[in-house]
Design a protein around this ligand. Sequence first.
Ligand SMILES: *Cc1c(COP(=O)(O)O)cnc(C)c1O
Length: 369
Amino acid sequence: MSYERDNIHALSAYAPGEQPESREVVKLNTNENPYPPPAGVLEAIAKVTGDMLRRYPPPLAPRFRQVAAMAHGLKPEQVIATNAGDELLRLVVTVFCRPQTESRGKGGLGYAEPSYSLYPVLGRIHDTQITTAALNDDFNLPDDLADRMNKAGCNLLLIVNPHAPSGRLSDLKSLESIARTFKGVIVIDEAYVDFAETSALPLLEAKMKLDNVLLLRTLSKGYSLAGLRFGYGLGHPDLIAALDKARDSYNTDIIAQTAAIAAIENREYAKNTWQKVKIERVRVSDELRRRGFTVYPSHANFILVAPPGSSDTGPSKAASLYETLKQQHVYVRYFNQDRLRDKLRITIGRPEENDTLLRVLDVVSMDGN
Ligand SMILES: *Cc1c(COP(=O)(O)O)cnc(C)c1O
């Protein structure tokens, strides 16, 4: 006998990347920033007092909203603080998608495939209609994406930009055109924007007159704080106010708020780590191309690569290379799904970690793997 709702009973939970206990591994599988957070963040956490912990935290994280608004040239009413990006994604599905029982399939969730594998899980938990569109061969967004999502009656469109897992960046013009054509809310998931040259922030300028655009930001990748669980949304004050009604009353804790404020205030330090990652991204991409890999041009802190001689059909060279690397204590990410089966996603690490990856690849390729 199962007690849960049918959609939960049928659900396959989100499968996160491996988090090996050992410190000995070279961990290039879950897109963490390889550099530590700035000292200012740890100092701020050390100053948290018993009295601060005794009390409930400020529910709206007003100081964080102020600091983030300043950093992005927005107003605090355009910022919502969340328990990392994943909570924001859950919130937008809750607030903007209709469950099938009350909607006959209208008002659902749309996204292009492949993308973040949490999206379908959140849609299924909410029991909303899910509409997908295949990305082009180069992982670019199809031109008619917004039209198709309108026809399917979607209320919410999720777009990862820079795209995961390919690293491709859509330009502002295409995003603006989608936002103007799409009739629902468009979330631009900018989890990796810190490693790109441009963001969709200009779409939020008042003169754009777009009230349906929400940007997702997280401190997990760019700010080296995946363990803290802090993210935020940027958008029209009405969108923010709607999301605000549906979040947990105290969704971000006092330690996280304190550390998040310090992280934004120490943005110059984080920027320096982004620069180092970008330099390594170029080097590792070149080195892998020299070794016969196909490397997709990336604007994120990871690269999607196909090993030499791999193809979409037949036994996957990528899968066996993933296993071989793991035996050598180098963790990368393998997705056993359409269009990714013949590829690996590799997070850019510190130079010495990337060197280990390249060295191990050279050794295993000499073994005839
Ligand atoms: C990492 C990631 C997020 C958010 O992660 P959090 O750690 O929950 O902030 C959102 N979207 C994509 C595509 C990501 O890779």
